[in-house]
Write a protein that binds this ligand. Structure first.
Ligand SMILES: Cc1cc2nc3c(=O)[nH]c(=O)nc-3n(C[C@H](O)[C@H](O)[C@H](O)COP(=O)(O)OP(=O)(O)OC[C@H]3O[C@@H](n4cnc5c(N)ncnc54)[C@H](O)[C@@H]3O)c2cc1C
Length: 376
């Protein structure tokens, strides 16, 4: 029976698990060298769009993501009750749009597939779309409103989690990096940190996002997680004359998505780059990205650029997460969520917490077991 657990990582996964485990009465210690909620979960756009973003070989992720998204209202309500912090959860659907002929054909193909798998949407022409979103460019030709998708204020949610962990008495070790999960006789006995500390423990949870590979588990190969960098632009909603741009839905095209947060900030995301953990922005990627944004909202020329967010998507070889126990008893994984970690957080966290507490998780999580990669 697990009583004490050390968690590597204080992103949405690590803090989410700490919240549920501490609420169940476990003694929980969270380690994070950057401090809780400062990395990829903070850079994210907070889109909950399993239906708009799904690719044709990802039907399993659609089922899992849609179930996870349906859990978000309960997560937000519980945390609001416990902390008084609201996280601006909205589900008006995603507008999937085409701004040229190639995109139009690609989207039609995608919609035919969504129809076959019973995802509800309304097909729209350009005029319908501008009635829904008057601030979009006349370049937009056609598209669809995909029902069910939404967004959350991920930064508010991370803040609320942090506040709740403090009131639950979780130990938060900022500036602490777990380097090794120590195992004896095939089960976890301790974790070691970069500053040479050793902490005895019953269990260790690796939720270190794109850095998960750097946490070594005795007797196992490194976790197969690599960073895929994303840059996202954040604009103020009003130009210098006070003219505001308003987007009611999250907007998705094959090359860019736009989401307006509760404070008016418009997010345009996100590049996909194989650049390791490089933190410098590169103009070329941002130029291409800005060009796509400008096709949808030409008025972006006059909006203030407030922030360039950089994050590192934790990515596995099959683009699916690692959820569950490794072949070392007491060494758990909650990582590898690639571009869907916010959306998939409730179902992922609850599944791993169920397993740690000896309960059976829903069957759709079982294929994400880490042992598919970890042969000793
Ligand atoms: C630009 C961008 C936009 C995105 N938009 C969306 C979106 O709209 N919707 C969506 O669902 N997903 C989105 N994603 C993906 C999503 O952000 C990630 O899948 C998710 O945040 C991963 O959460 P995490 O907790 O695993 O990682 P992180 O939030 O990165 O947390 C991992 C933590 O582990 C810590 N750490 C590192 N090494 C160690 C160690 N050795 N010991 C202890 N701690 C360690 C780090 O400091 C970090 O705080 C986006 C990603 C990017 C980059």
């Amino acid at each position: 029976m697990t009583q004490r657990i050390h968690i590597a990582g204080g992103g949405i996964m690590g803090m989410g698990a700490a919240w549920r485990l501490a609420s169940a009465g476990l003694e929980v210690v969270v380690h994070d060298p950057a401090g809780p909620g400062q990395e990829t979960s903070r850079a994210s756009a907070g889109m909950l769009a399993p239906r708009a973003e799904v690719r044709h070989d990802e039907e399993d992720l659609l089922v899992f993501g849609a179930r996870s998204q349906a859990m978000w209202p309960d997560w937000v309500a519980r945390l609001r009750e416990e902390t008084g912090i609201d996280c601006d959860l909205r589900s008006p659907g995603t507008l999937v749009l085409a701004a040229d002929e190639d995109e139009r054909r690609g989207i039609e193909h995608h919609l035919r597939w969504l129809e076959r798998i019973d995802v509800p949407f309304d097909a729209l022409d350009g005029d319908d779309i501008r009635r829904l979103e008057p601030d979009l460019s006349h370049h937009v030709l056609s598209g669809a409103l995909i029902h069910g998708d939404g967004q959350v204020d991920n930064r508010a949610f991370l803040h609320a989690l942090h506040v709740r962990l403090q009131s639950l008495g979780v130990t938060l070790l900022s500036a602490s990096r777990i380097t090794r999960v120590v195992a004896d006789g095939g089960r976890v006995t301790a974790v070691e940190t970069a500053d040479g500390e050793r902490h005895d423990t019953d269990a260790a949870l690796i939720a270190a996002g794109a850095w998960s590979r750097q946490v070594r588990i005795d007797g196992l190969p490194p976790l197969p997680v690599r960073p895929v960098r994303g840059q996202l632009l954040a604009f103020g909603a009003a130009d210098r004359h006070g003219q505001r741009t308003t987007l009611r839905h999250a907007i998705h095209t094959p090359n860019v998505y736009l989401a307006q947060k509760g404070d008016g900030t418009i997010l345009a995301g996100a590049t996909m780059e194989e650049r390791g953990f490089e933190r410098e922005t590169n103009t070329g990627a941002l130029y291409l990205h800005l060009r796509e944004t400008r096709r949808l909202i030409p008025q972006v020329d006059e909006l203030p650029l407030e922030e360039i967010r950089i994050g590192f998507r934790p990515t596995t070889r099959d683009n699916r997460p690692l959820l569950g126990e490794t072949p070392v008893r007491g060494a758990w994984c909650l990582t590898g969520h690639f571009r869907n970690g916010i959306q998939q957080a409730p179902a992922s966290v609850d599944a791993v917490v169920d397993l740690i507490l000896g309960r059976t998780p829903p069957a759709d999580t079982l294929p994400f077991c880490p042992s598919r990669f970890l042969n000793r």
